[in-house]
Ligand binder design. Structure first.
Ligand code: PAF
Length: 282
């Protein structure tokens, strides 16, 4: 495995790989890697001749300076995990290398990029599109792998790929959870012991609501999830939206769609740490 910091150095090896007829898989990450990322990398290694993993904490997608400052950075441990997973190349550029000049492009794909995370984290998806499009231009992957934990992010990236006519297949990979149900996230390392102990209640409430939803309305299901989570000291729901999985618009009735998804964001603890999760109802 080789680690590159410079775009041209990575592009030189990828030029040779392509000349040799090798196809390329890309796993974009912000580092602080865990089993969720490892599963994406293993899948890319299984499906492509060459796997590139980018490790870059992208400043343009953080709408909160403190969040950017506190985001965990663990490049050495990340490289060890990536080597174990069979990655071929790691791309870990500096901010100056990725953005030699400010990126003034503006990406908006309403409603997918403007509801839920788009509404609560202004500018977030614009920054995601800025960096992911740059990574696609640099690496020119045949396939790119994203985790379903960031479910809305995948919908936004797919809209961007269509808009920019990019020739890359977006591969959605299943969410990876700890044994107690908490979705794996780099932010979990920021949780204190007590916060970590209450965090699994988010997925528990979501999971329990699936059977409840069979005999109750969308609103009743919504209110039950929010009430259950908010009743636990240290957890506070920012939003819980039950949406049509295709349009990402709120539904009023289960019969509005055959693909209903509940998307939740919860503040955990005093800092607080912002955790996201989702559940499919049908
Ligand atoms: O999902 C993430 O970790 C990031 O949003 C991504 C896709 C690597 C872009 O910085």
């Amino acid at each position: 495995m080789i680690v590159f910091n410079k775009i041209t150095e990575l592009q030189n090896v990828l030029f040779d790989e392509r000349k040799a007829g090798h196809n390329v898989g890309l796993v974009p990450t912000m580092g602080a890697l865990h089993e969720g990322h490892a599963s994406l990398v293993r899948r890319s290694v299984a499906e492509n001749d060459v796997t590139v993993v980018s490790v870059f904490v992208n400043p343009t997608q953080f709408n909160d300076k403190n969040d950017l400052k506190n985001y965990p950075r663990t490049l050495e441990a990340d490289c060890k995990l990536l080597e174990d997973c069979g990655a071929d190349y790691v791309f870990a550029p500096s901010v100056e290398e990725m953005y030699p000049t400010p990126d003034n492009r503006h990406f908006e794909y309403p409603p997918v990029s403007t509801v839920m995370e788009g509404a609560h984290r202004p500018g977030h998806f614009n920054g995601v599109c800025q960096v992911v499009s740059r990574l696609f231009y640099i690496v020119k992957p045949d396939k790119a792998y994203f985790g379903e934990k960031d479910w809305q992010q995948i919908a936004v990236i797919k809209a961007m790929v269509k808009h920019l006519c990019l020739d890359v297949e977006i591969v959605e990979c299943e969410i990876v959870r700890d044994n107690d149900g908490l979705a794996r996230s780099s932010r979990n390392t920021l949780l204190s012991k007590d916060e970590r102990a209450i965090a699994p209640n988010i997925y528990k409430a979501l999971k329990d609501s699936v059977s409840y939803s069979k005999k109750h309305t969308v609103k009743e299901t919504h209110d039950k999830v929010v009430g259950e989570i908010n009743s636990i000291e240290g957890l506070e729901v920012e939003y819980f939206s039950i949406v049509d999985g295709n349009t990402l618009l709120d539904i009023d009735s289960w019969s509005d769609t055959d693909h209903a998804v509940g998307c939740i964001t919860v503040y955990c603890g005093k800092t607080p740490i912002r955790l996201i999760d989702h559940i499919k109802y049908c």
